[in-house]
Design a binder for this molecule. Structure first.
Ligand code: FAD
Length: 586
């Protein structure tokens, strides 16, 4: 097996991975950096982000306000030391992107424009029309090209971490185009491999979001944190789950039920304000968890619109006018016309909530360090945690930058402590184990389970039992089913045994990652007997700060369900309070 020796290996070349790579290359041009990605970097999911990135920039805003919105939005499950670091670094990172060439949209006076976003009680979301993620990723990618020390390994699929002498010392990865396994030896590894929304059938997430990075760390013995918190975005296209950004509502779009009523006023989200008046703080700009729950409420009352794709409500943007829609939301217009045959300039658009983001992920501290020395994580695959029980829209893109850089600095500090690498022979033996695992998939001739079949059963289970509202009964059934699917996974058959671009093999490995992550989600949700943020239980409807103001940590077991440990939340200055989006003056 070919050995590639490097100082820092990064798994993932989306926003977080690229930002980490640039920070390392800038800090020390002599560092050898391996940037490993299962797709070409510009195909990472960051590219799909539409709405924008939050950071305090205007004089009517303050770091304290950003802190309060984030912590309250997260239903007080965020670690407040991490949030403090995040809000302080956010404006610096967004300005840095500007200097690298990110074309942020402008106010008429030439200053950076900001738009309102859900749960942010003041305008603070920087945006580049509704293609913010594309421009951010492009800016990072082109900046990374300046640094010869960043060596890219595009279309390499990371399979296992190399853990020896109690430290992470590299990883194995398959070169997808020829099926060859490579061993990356590294002084430190940063995982920046994105989320895992694909364990659900109806999601805004691209096909590559299969929780691989989380599974890599989890199997190597480092716990996954707060996995039960899965975010639904309230406005997805009903036929395919493609996102219509929160920017639609930020620009003034409104949500209507089948009777044309702005129903959010019935869900504690403020008095109805006349269309065209600012609705900031309330109604359509409430947080995502609350808006998705309100949709469910309308569905129960029979107030939704029936469509060929199921129950919907309507997103009405007609009053914004063609000029504004074309200037601020051109992609949204394009998506509505292309995928639904409906023009938002002329008619309301049917939408419904869709799985969007995982608040949980690899447990890290505020330095982006995991419990495994030498292993760091950043971006959606990590849980640091700034997002708590419910992420506010536009905090994620900024998080990639802030904690991508932070992970790089921590990895550098780890290298400077000069850990002695284990022997080549010891690492090679570990790498061989990974290779054997893959080979076993090829050798198995009597597999009876299909990848597509198991994946469908997993998605059906998650959709039926682990959705916007959950019950103890449903979650117990989901835990049992996912455990069964993990057992049956041992019996899958590969239909394609070739070594060149074997997508069958990739899908088998991705399914393994999703099943491990799905089990952490279901067991964490079953055991959290309260309702907080995105985790809402019909059998435990109240938040239970006395017993559950805690992070859950899921510890991997190869054949048994995970063991759940609880960890105190870091509270520095904001004590848990009531989340109020009614707009009432206090
Ligand atoms: C449609 C959409 C719109 C969004 N809009 C916004 C928004 O407006 N504002 C906001 O703040 N957030 C938004 N989000 C959320 C945000 O975009 C994501 O959380 C974020 O981009 C994730 O970035 P990342 O760097 O962590 O991972 P990604 O960008 O998903 O990149 C993951 C990388 O890991 C690599 N990888 C994964 N597995 C492996 C493996 N096994 N081996 C090798 N490489 C691997 C992939 O190739 C890829 O390069 C949106 C999300 C979606 C889906």
């Amino acid at each position: 097996m070919e050995i590639i020796k490097t100082d820092v290996a990064i798994v993932g070349a989306g926003g977080a991975g690229l930002r980490a790579a640039i920070a390392l290359a800038e800090a020390d041009p002599k560092l050898r950096i391996a940037l490993i990605s299962k797709v070409y970097p510009m195909r990472s999911h960051t590219c799909a982000a539409e709405g924008g990135a939050a950071g305090v920039v205007k004089s009517d805003d303050s770091l304290d306000l950003h802190f309060n919105d984030t912590v309250g939005g997260g239903d007080w499950l965020s670690d407040q030391d991490a949030v403090e670091y995040f809000i302080n670094e956010a404006p610096k990172e967004l300005t840095q992107l500007e200097h690298w060439g990110c074309p942020w949209s402008r106010e008429p006076d030439g200053s950076v424009a900001v738009r309102p976003f859900g749960g942010m009680k003041i305008k603070r979301t920087w945006f580049a029309a509704d293609k913010s993620g594309f421009h951010i990723l492009h800016t990072l990618f082109q900046t990374s090209l300046k640094y010869p020390s960043i060596q890219r390994f595009d279309e390499y699929y990371a399979t296992d971490l190399l853990v020896e002498d109690g430290r992470c010392q590299g990883l194995t990865a398959l070169e997808i185009r020829n099926g060859e396994m490579k061993q990356f030896q590294a002084g430190a590894v940063i995982i920046a491999a994105g989320g895992g929304g694909k364990m659900f059938p109806f999601t805004t997430n691209g096909n590559i979001k299969t929780g691989d990075g989380m599974a890599l760390a989890y199997r190597a013995g480092t716990p996954l944190k707060d996995m039960e918190f899965v975010q639904y975005h309230p406005t997805g296209l009903p036929n395919n789950g493609i996102l219509l950004t929160e920017g639609c509502r930020g620009e003034g779009g409104i949500l209507l039920n089948k009777d044309g009523r702005r129903y959010l006023q019935d869900y504690g989200m403020g008095p109805e304000t006349p269309v065209g008046q600012p609705v900031l703080k309330t109604m359509e700009l409430g947080p995502r968890d609350r808006l998705s729950q309100a949709f469910w409420g309308e569905q129960q009352k029979g107030n939704t619109v029936k469509t060929p794709w199921g129950d919907c409500v309507l997103l009405d943007m007609r009053h914004l006018g063609e000029k504004k829609i074309d200037e601020r939301l051109p992609l949204v217009r394009d998506l509505c016309i292309s995928y639904l045959g409906k023009d938002p300039v002329k008619e309301p658009i049917p939408i419904r909530p869709v799985v969007h983001y995982m608040m949980g992920g690899i447990h890290t501290d505020v330095q982006a360090a995991t419990r495994l020395p030498g292993l760091f994580a950043a971006g959606e695959c990590a849980c640091v945690s700034i997002n708590g029980a419910n992420r506010l829209g536009s905090n994620s893109l900024t998080e990639l930058l802030v904690f991508g850089r932070r992970a790089a600095l921590s990895a550098m500090a780890h290298l400077q402590s000069n850990p002695t690498p284990s022997s080549d022979a010891a690492l090679a033996a570990k790498a061989k184990e990974s290779q054997n695992r893959i080979q076993a998939l090829f050798d198995k001739s009597d597999g009876t389970e299909t990848i597509a079949g198991l994946r469908q059963e997993m998605m059906d289970t998650m959709e039926a039992n682990v959705g916007i509202y959950r019950t103890g009964e449903g979650l117990a059934a989901a835990c049992e089913k996912i455990a069964e699917l993990r057992r049956r996974y041992a019996n899958i058959a590969l239909t394609d045994k070739s070594h060149v671009y074997n997508t069958d093999l990739m899908q088998a490995l991705e399914l393994g990652s999703m099943l491990d992550c799905a089990e952490a989600v279901t067991v964490g949700a079953r055991d959290r007997k309260e309702s907080r943020g995105a985790h809402q239980r019909l059998d435990f409807t109240a938040r239970d700060d006395e017993n559950l103001l805690k992070h859950s940590l899921a510890h991997y077991h190869p054949t048994e369900p995970p063991r759940i440990e609880y960890l105190d939340v870091v509270i520095t200055k904001s004590q848990p309070g009531v989340r109020d989006y009614s707009g009432a003056k206090k």
